[in-house]
Design a protein around this ligand. Structure first.
Ligand code: UDP
Ligand code: MG
Length: 321
């Protein structure tokens, strides 16, 4: 069993002036209790990342950092979106904590799940996913769009953990590995499972926002889904190639058919030639497009410079990494 960890939380905040004080109070109460119970080490850190907010968010973070030594504030120069803000927060938090928990600023993620996160970590998991047990408190619309989101993602070939949003614990070495993923179109829920290591899931009930309103309107959700699909899979390109093959084979059949019609002599002049050209050219074009797509897809994957492997352990009397 692993020893009691140094602990840090990363919280992205975009226009969260209504939430911050409440979140701060609840979270520090929880973390102080955990420290007292010796579940985490004293001297934990909470990293608030201001994602280019336009309200008083940064001022509040500065005040919190001034009065409480556990608080670290990080200000991004402009709004880079939840995923980027979260990554910045995790990179910073990993400097303080052997484990880093990522969560939202609105306390929708139940902070009591942290106990479970830590015990899974101490049992050997490097990544612990918070998984929602029910979505009764989300609106009808949110619940259904979210479910569709996971289904489409899976169909399109991007593996994600069902009902897991970015509430999770990662060990420092898992965060270090995450930082090796050099891509710009971030979709953390897709990348984290690629890292490997031992993982675990902890179920929790999703609360309502403590204050303020959602910073994830439909537009941002669609963008995230689109990023998720196009950053992880070249399946849409493969579909193009398959379509090319199908149309090409249909065109061969059409050619045979039109030749037979010609021989039987039931067609107007020029029909056979026109029909054959349309189908053959159409099929060939689609096939060629798909072929070019394959190369585009390959160079796209190359351009991500993803790490080729992650080493979990080395043994041997003179093991070197
Ligand atoms: N967030 C952010 N940058 C953005 C949008 C959102 O850092 O551009 C943060 C936000 O402050 C919150 C988290 O991302 O801590 C999740 O956003 P929200 O709770 O509004 O999303 P929802 O729970 O409604 O999906
Ligand atoms: Mg929320």
């Amino acid at each position: 069993m692993r020893s009691v960890p140094e602990f840090a939380v990363a919280i992205p905040c975009y226009n969260e002036e209504e939430c911050l004080e409440i979140t701060y109070k609840e979270l520090t109460k929880k973390l102080n209790t955990l420290a007292k119970q010796k579940a985490i080490k004293d001297g934990y850190r909470v990293v608030f990342v201001d994602d280019g907010s336009r309200d008083k968010t940064w001022r509040i973070i500065c005040e919190l950092a001034k009065k409480d030594k556990h608080i670290v504030g990080l200000k991004l120069a402009h709004n880079r979106g939840h995923q980027n803000a979260l990554l910045a927060g995790m990179e910073c938090a990993a400097k303080y904590g052997e484990v880093v928990v990522s969560m939202d600023a609105d306390l929708q993620d139940d902070i009591n799940a942290i106990d479970g996160f830590i015990s899974e970590y101490r049992d050997g998991a490097d990544i612990v996913y918070g998984v929602r047990s029910e979505r009764k408190k989300d609106s009808f619309f949110k619940r259904h769009t979210a479910q569709m989101f996971y289904k489409i993602m899976r169909f399109m070939g991007a593996e994600t953990v069902y009902n897991h949003a970015d509430y999770r614990l990662m060990s420092r070495r898992a965060v270090d590995e995450l930082m090796r993923y050099d891509e710009r179109n971030l979709y953390l829920r897709g990348i984290v499972p690629m890292i490997g290591f031992k993982t675990a899931e902890v179920k929790y009930g999703r609360n309502e926002r403590v204050a303020g309103e959602s910073k994830y309107p439909l537009r941002k959700m669609i963008n995230l889904a689109w990023d998720g699909i196009t950053s992880f899979s070249v399946k849409p390109i493969r579909m193009m190639l398959s379509l090319g093959f199908i149309i090409f084979f249909i065109s061969l059949a059409v050619m045979v058919y039109s030749l037979v019609m010609k021989i039987i002599g039931q067609v107007v002049d020029g029909w056979t030639f026109t029909i054959c050209s349309i189908w053959l050219l159409g099929g060939l074009q689609m096939l060629m497009l798909g072929l070019i797509g394959e190369y585009v897809g390959k160079s796209y994957i190359e351009s991500k410079h993803r790490p080729r492997y992650v080493i979990e352990e080395i043994v041997g009397s003179d093991a070197k990494s």
